[in-house]
Design a protein. Structure first.
Length: 139
């Protein structure tokens, strides 16, 4: 019979995306088969690297603060998220979250990939494009 497990949220890991994540549920922490879930704090004035998750969906719940995200093939779309919002990111969609505000944004993130970083594909071509956006130029 499968065993239920409790994962103490004490550890962190550095994601390829440029953020530090608080370890949660994953193949690495508890041998999950098809899901991972982590806690993320996005410090004020910081941003991730442009990336996508191949073949895996992402669901986010914003607990506190606010953040913005660029998304789309050329990061042509922009969305604001605030505490209480749920965000869905389809598999394979390039995105770049950032926090232009003075307070940290805190969120719980879940993906259909049990591995913490396996499906992360960096998009340095989009990072170069994002550097031309005035609101991201100093991040």
């Amino acid at each position: 019979m499968a065993e239920c497990k409790v994962v103490k949220g004490a550890g962190t890991f550095e994601g390829k995306q440029g953020f530090s994540y608080f370890e949660g549920i994953s193949k690495e922490t508890c041998a999950s088969n098809s899901i991972c879930m982590h806690f993320l704090e996005i410090p004020p004035g910081s941003r991730a690297k442009a990336h996508l998750h191949e073949n895996h969906e992402t669901a986010i719940y914003v607990i506190e603060g606010a953040a913005e995200m660029l998304y789309g093939e050329w990061l042509e779309n922009r969305v604001l998220t605030v505490a209480g919002d749920y965000v869905y990111i389809p598999a394979g969609v390039p995105h770049l979250p950032f926090n232009p505000f003075d307070s940290p944004a805190r969120a719980v993130i879940a993906r259909t990939d049990p591995n913490e970083q396996e499906s992360v594909v960096l998009r340095p071509d989009l990072d170069e494009l994002a550097a031309t956006f005035e609101f991201l130029a100093s991040k």
